[in-house]
Design a protein around this ligand. Structure first.
Ligand SMILES: C[S@@+](CC[C@H](N)C(=O)[O-])C[C@H]1O[C@@H](n2cnc3c(N)ncnc32)[C@H](O)[C@@H]1O
Length: 306
């Protein structure tokens, strides 16, 4: 893509070496990249596979399909990764040797003004990763109850004045629907802390994006299915960019559940489907963060199916 005469990168893959090492790729193995995006991680996986290896790549955003390399070891699946298991079965790919998830939105999605993900541009409040779905940020802002907006901003955005924010939006929308990024910023200007505008608006936008794309529900369903799809000894590598996602991944790896106690067998031994390969989440090296700001918040967790 051209911008001002320069090539603009679709997405710069984060912690590429660490993700590939985490997958411990067997050259003839079957791998799944559930967040293809610009294909940076997928291309690196393909480099590590021989002619018998196979890669399934998911992305729910049609734009990602422009990045599919011409390689007959790759099968692209234009679906949400919450349908991981059915698609792997349909493709005759079960069980698999490794699964990679690089969660959230790509730089491309952020950088396309009309997608409505970024506070940098004015556009319709859209924020759908999959443009075939119906729920948009405009609908969330204009039709959700005050209580639901309060919950979304509080939980997904971790916003302290979420209650007042929800009330302000509901009052503003009585006059006229809030349809664009600029209209939303204007409507909540009084609630936006001075000097911290960008951070606050980023939290508001994060909350809306998570709701519009049902990101946490999809992640839970994906994690549960991943253990059914993996071979014993197969690797699960998940990179997240905010604490809500990372907490789900961490708990699931530790206990096989999202909350509550680990299940125990008759002898009192914990029953959990995965074993963490690294005790703590890995983070990007200083040098990578210097070159790619997105890497700053990345948390990478690696687990092995028992
Ligand atoms: C952070 S980017 C991945 C970048 C990729 N690893 C690369 O190197 O270019 C996340 C991508 O996953 C897609 N995505 C996010 N959630 C998804 C889901 N639930 N199902 C399918 N694709 C999803 C987004 O559309 C986006 O293209």
């Amino acid at each position: 893509m051209q911008e001002g005469g320069q090539m603009v990168e679709y997405h710069n893959p984060v912690m590429l070496r660490e993700c590939i090492e985490g997958l411990a790729i067997k050259p003839e193995g079957i791998y799944v990249d559930v967040t293809f995006g610009g294909g940076g991680h997928s291309r690196e996986i393909l480099k590590n596979l021989n002619a018998n290896g196979r890669l399934l790549a998911f992305d729910q955003d049609a734009d990602a399909q422009n990045n599919i390399p011409n390689d007959d070891r790759l099968t692209f699946i234009d679906q949400n990764f919450r349908y991981l298991k059915n698609n792997c079965r349909l493709q005759g790919a079960m069980p698999v040797d490794g699964i990679l998830a690089d969660l959230g939105v790509s730089s491309h999605q952020f950088d396309q003004p009309e997608r409505g993900f970024s506070i940098r541009f004015d556009a319709d409040l859209d924020m759908r990763m999959d443009q075939g779905t119906t729920l948009t940020a405009k609908q969330v802002i204009n039709t959700y109850t005050e209580e639901d907006l309060h919950k979304i901003f509080g939980i997904y955005g971790e916003i302290k004045n979420a209650k007042t924010l929800a009330k302000t939006i509901c009052t503003a929308r009585l006059n006229a629907a809030i349809e664009t990024v600029a209209e939303l910023k204007e409507a909540i200007a009084k609630q936006t802390p001075r000097g911290k505008e960008n951070k606050y608006l980023a939290q508001v936008f994060q909350a809306l994006r998570i709701e519009v794309n049902q990101e946490l529900e999809a992640l839970r369903e994906f994690l549960e299915q991943s253990v059914e799809v993996l071979k014993p000894g197969g690797r699960l590598v998940v990179m997240s960019y905010h604490s809500l996602e990372d907490r789900l991944v961490k708990n699931f790896i530790a206990t096989g559940k999202f909350r509550g106690e680990v299940e125990k067998d008759f002898f009192g031994n914990p029953i959990k489907p995965l074993e963490a390969v690294t005790r703590k989440a890995l983070t990007a090296a200083e040098e990578e963060i210097r070159l790619n700001n997105r890497a700053r918040s990345a948390k990478l967790r690696i687990a092995e199916k028992k």
